[in-house]
Design a protein around this ligand. Sequence first.
Ligand SMILES: Nc1ncnc2c1ncn2[C@@H]1O[C@H](COP(=O)(O)OP(=O)(O)OP(=O)(O)O)[C@@H](O)[C@H]1O
Length: 236
Amino acid sequence: MLTLTDLTASYPEQSQCFSLTAAPGTITALIGPSGAGKSTLLAMIGGFARVEAGELHLNRQNLLPLTPAERPITTLFQDNNLFWHMTVYQNIAIGLNTTLKLTPTQQQRVSEVADKVGLSGLLQRKPAQLSGGQQQRVGLARCLVRNRPVLLLDEPFSALDPALRFELLQLLREQTDKLGLIVLMVTHHPAEAAGIADQIIYIHNGCIFEQGDNSLLQAPKSRELSHYLGRENNGE
Ligand SMILES: Nc1ncnc2c1ncn2[C@@H]1O[C@H](COP(=O)(O)OP(=O)(O)OP(=O)(O)O)[C@@H](O)[C@H]1O
């Protein structure tokens, strides 16, 4: 279980404070207006943003003293950080070892993960020879090959067309279930989030305003969430 207790970032314009839990095998979608604090939340968990106060645990392990590389976490950003001069195989392998010198077992693992995400026939290509959806699959494969229990996704599929986004979200759902991953995903597409997420968290002005399952989007309690979803005020 990933547990955040009053995890706080303090920026000059906005302070942000989050408490939540996320279980293995679940996807938590983070939604909310631009500037609400979604990326900051992921950055604090990943170790890329300064934490002012609060606690962050995976099971009983305190993650705050750990550097990003030491945390049992991997992050996929929208700009998937592919290396354009390397092959697909190397782009995945670099998730395991930055020198690309892999043991036979690690090489086997790269092939297995590539297979899982539907890239097995494309391992010798360069990213420029792939479609946008295939490039994102490479980014996802690089995260999965690391075999870390927590996966953070910051709008990874938002530049893709709806059909490809849907395909990658299905793939994500499948891998989350199979591997028992704890996935936190920022998305600007609430309806899609509702399609695959177990838990939806609405962030507004640096804090969690509402959280729940998919029904949250059918019946928002706050004006803020209604407004964000583009609905009329519900009269409260
Ligand atoms: N390094 C930083 N230094 C100072 N302020 C920051 C920093 N990073 C983010 N902020 C501020 O924190 C607030 C939340 O930003 P954040 O990027 O987390 O929002 P977001 O919900 O991810 O937005 P978007 O959907 O546009 O990506 C904003 O007011 C932003 O200006």
